[in-house]
Design a protein around this ligand. Structure first.
Ligand SMILES: Nc1ncnc2c1ncn2[C@@H]1O[C@H](COP(=O)(O)OP(=O)(O)O)[C@@H](O)[C@H]1O
Ligand SMILES: [Mg+2]
Length: 280
């Protein structure tokens, strides 16, 4: 890890995944090539079924590609033993699944503290960290509740808190905000972005909200659903034409008060539709 600043955190080369569905072979991901560097926040954008979860699983070494490779911190998953792959995953990446998993028998506090204790943090330190991060996601008064006593959005925030409390350099999140109300979506997304900026962590997340992706991500990867894709800085790829193709619906980008707002175009635009501002 001596060369951590030069080595990409994650790199995909000619990455492809084909699933057999009945008599058909479906090429979900085709020839994806990109590298993610330390501190980058990457939004994966695509319609349902376009392969977002599949890609995230490949990036996390939880599934094997049909073609090509995934390299995490310079180590190609395919060349590693099962044990080494597990170690690398444990130390390097945290995962929030689309259908997030919490331990039902344990309190919110223990759900966040547990992974820290597994990594040999002393209980008192782990609990203190867990308490602090739960407060930052607005759950300071829910720490003794078990998952069954929390709402869907609260459970999701516990899962995110558990991830943020660990000091893994790479975070992979599959629709982390889908059960959150608007205020918490914004609060949690900006907290995550800030923590990652401050700590130089790298984030790859899947989400359906283009405005959150635009404000929280430095880079975007658009999956078009037919295997084709676009990747690059958000200002280059989150363009109405590319997004419209990717999502199969016309998307307008509207300049409003110095910001860019993405809206599905309903055919009768009331504001001027303009191309997204490009930054040098
Ligand atoms: N294990 C699997 N076997 C067969 N097909 C799968 C499997 N996992 C995903 N797929 C198919 O791959 C496509 C992409 O799935 P997924 O990555 O879950 O999409 P997304 O997360 O973008 O909604 C879908 O058509 C899905 O049916
Ligand atoms: Mg998915």
């Amino acid at each position: 890890m001596s060369n951590m600043t030069d080595t990409p955190v994650l790199a995909c080369r000619a990455l492809g995944k084909t699933f057999k569905q009945g008599d058909y072979q479906v090429r979900v991901l085709d020839n994806i090539d990109f590298a993610i560097r330390r501190g980058e926040r990457v939004a994966i954008v695509g319609a349902s079924g376009s392969g977002k979860s599949t890609l995230l699983h490949l990036l996390g070494g939880l599934d094997t590609p049909t073609t090509g490779s995934v390299t995490l911190l310079g180590e190609d998953f395919a060349t590693l033993s099962e044990t080494r792959r597990g170690e690398l995953r444990n130390h390097s990446l945290g995962f929030v699944y689309q259908f997030h998993h919490l331990l039902p028998e344990f309190s919110a506090l223990d759900n966040v503290a547990m992974p820290l204790m597994i990594r040999r943090e002393k209980r008192a330190v782990a609990v203190e960290k867990a308490q602090a991060i739960l407060e930052r996601v607005g759950l300071g008064k829910r720490v003794v509740h078990r998952p069954g006593e929390l709402s869907g959005g609260e459970r999701q925030r516990v899962a995110i808190a558990a991830l943020l409390a660990q000091d893994t350099p790479l975070l992979l999140l599959d629709e982390p905000a889908n059960a959150l109300d608007l205020a918490h979506q914004v609060a949690v997304t900006s907290l995550m972005a800030r923590l990652c900026r401050e700590e130089g962590r790298t984030v790859v997340s899947v989400g359906h909200d283009l405005n959150l992706a635009w404000s929280g991500a430095s880079h975007a990867l658009l999956l078009n659903g037919d295997g084709s894709w676009h990747a690059g800085p958000t200002a280059e790829v989150m363009r109405p034409d590319l997004l419209s193709r990717c999502l199969g619906h016309p998307i307008a980008a509207i300049a409003h008060g110095g910001r860019t707002v993405f809206l599905p175009d309903e055919g009768e635009p009331r504001a001027t539709v303009m191309p997204v501002r490009r930054t040098p």
